[in-house]
Design a protein around this ligand. Structure first.
Ligand SMILES: *[C@@H]1O[C@H](CO)[C@@H](O)[C@H](O)[C@H]1NC(C)=O
Length: 471
């Protein structure tokens, strides 16, 4: 009984203390509107629970909410407050001017390096660094992003696509693809990720890569002693171990090959740099290779898959793209979700809304800041009918550049994605596969179904069934 009273007293004190902290935090941003939830995404529970109003926001909140929460609040910046692990404010931005201010003032609003530890398992890297270290990594990676390499990537991707058309799809007029993600194969092939399990391994490179990018959050949040307790966490643990061995083998293989062949990929650039620059350690090499594998692999594969889905849903847009590609190639040639920041000092941010009101909100030191790319891209203040798939909006010379922050993985994956898309659209016409169980769905239902996603390191398409017909 005594223990119970003691427990209750502690709980009451804890609640009062949290309440006072939260009041202070809310006051520090002049009670700017935003969501109040108990668990933040910086806590394990916050990552596990779905969206429960007042309790947790769910890991997919930005995508689910799009611009709606901002429209409801009347401001394109929200000051969300959470209680656990500690009372804290997170500014969630869908305001182009405020985002520009934050991204240009790199020194005042650096990346929260600690949060990026999520992608630093194998070593520090260009994404998880700031300042001098970031500059050093960038200098080493930059030479790989040139026109010559782009051309080689382009040619290599075309070769892989032609091989798919000639030797796999062959003379079939209709090809059913159960999930569009399988068409993003070139991305993986060009990375040299092999599908077979080589001797001495327990997992193929390709599977290890997939499991690791899906399992990053698990690995980050689950303590290592607990990773052996469940089938799923055991697989993730194995994938991490295997990927490390695969990467080490890849490095030593390339090192032994020397510079015989002309190499055009980032891995070779990083290797060359590590040979020329003795301060570039093996950890640096591993950390950055991992980042480019994940960035190159995941972002491109998923973006491409969503693009297939949209073009399948909007045949008129697909036709426009086809005509455009044909006209470009008329001479017979073959052709090319949220960002965290924080403030290092007490500062302010000027924000405005669709009605033309302006407001200056305080940004306390150490406030978390999230650039909500989804909120921005669906903000009707900048984009007319933001829910519509209308690629032609980018043809308007005055399209709002400040309201577009795709944070792409760079020209490497762009070149490749455009090559895959061009080849497919040129040779095939495609649509969403008709399936009896979905016979009566409306266009909007179908669109929601094929664009459905699950959050991972990047947003993953769940299932995009397509039918390709030879043109
Ligand atoms: C802030 O709250 C809104 C509304 O619930 C949500 O859509 C958004 O994802 C939240 N942002 C952050 C960074 O917590």
């Amino acid at each position: 009984m005594k223990l119970l009273i003691l427990g209750a007293t502690f709980f009451a004190l804890y609640t009062i203390q949290k309440y006072i902290e939260v009041r202070r935090v809310i006051k520090s941003v002049h009670s700017h509107p935003g969501t109040r939830t108990i668990f933040s995404l910086r806590s394990l529970i916050g990552n596990i629970l779905p969206r429960i109003p007042g309790v947790s926001r769910g890991i997919n909140a930005n995508w689910v909410g799009k611009h709606k929460p901002y429209a409801e609040a009347g401001w394109d910046v929200l000051a969300n407050v959470t209680f656990v692990p500690s009372a804290a404010v997170t500014l969630s931005l869908a305001d182009a001017a405020a985002i520009k201010e934050i991204t240009t003032a790199r020194a005042r609003f650096p990346k929260p390096i600690k949060q990026y530890k999520l992608v630093s398992f194998f070593g520090d890297n260009i994404i998880a660094s700031e300042g001098e270290e970031w500059k050093r990594y960038r200098k080493i990676a930059a030479p790989a992003f040139n026109d010559r390499n782009n051309k080689l990537i382009w040619d290599e991707t075309l070769r892989i696509m032609l091989d798919l058309f000639d030797n796999v799809w062959g003379s079939q007029d209709t090809i059913v693809v159960e999930h569009g993600i399988s068409l993003t194969q070139p991305v993986t092939e060009y990375l040299g990720a092999i599908a077979a399990i080589p001797p001495g391994h327990r997992m193929a490179f390709k599977d290890a890569l997939n499991e690791v990018s899906q399992g990053c959050l698990t690995k980050f949040l689950v303590p290592s002693w607990a990773m052996g307790l469940h089938e799923h966490t055991r697989t993730v643990r194995l994938a991490f171990e295997e990927l490390e061995i695969h990467m080490l083998e890849m490095i030593s293989k390339r090192r032994n090959e020397g510079k015989k062949e002309e190499r055009y990929d980032l891995l070779s650039s990083l290797l060359d740099a590590s040979i020329e620059d003795p301060t570039f350690t093996d950890r640096d090499l591993m950390g950055n290779i991992f980042i480019f594998l994940v960035a190159g692999h995941e972002t491109t594969a998923h973006t491409l898959c969503f693009t297939f889905a949209l073009l399948a849903l909007y045949p008129e847009e697909q036709e426009i793209l086809f005509q455009h590609i044909k006209s470009v190639l008329s001479d017979g040639r073959l052709p090319v979700n949220s960002i965290p920041k924080y403030s290092i000092e007490d500062t302010t941010l000027t924000i405005s809304n669709g009605a033309g009101d302006k407001r200056i909100i305080p940004v306390p030191k150490d406030a978390h800041i999230v650039i909500n790319a989804v909120g921005l891209h669906y903000n009707p203040r900048y984009w007319k009918d933001p829910e519509e798939f209308r690629p032609a909006r980018f043809l308007d010379p005055d399209w709002p550049r400040d309201a577009f922050v795709p944070f792409s993985a760079g020209s490497f994956s762009e070149t490749e994605a455009v090559a895959v898309l061009t080849m497919l659209v040129l040779k095939y016409q495609f649509e969403v596969k008709e399936e009896p169980q979905f016979a009566s769905e409306s266009f909007e239902e179908r669109k929601a179904r094929v664009l459905a996603s699950k959050p991972g390191l990047t947003m993953s398409p769940i299932r995009v069934p397509l039918v390709f017909r030879r043109r």
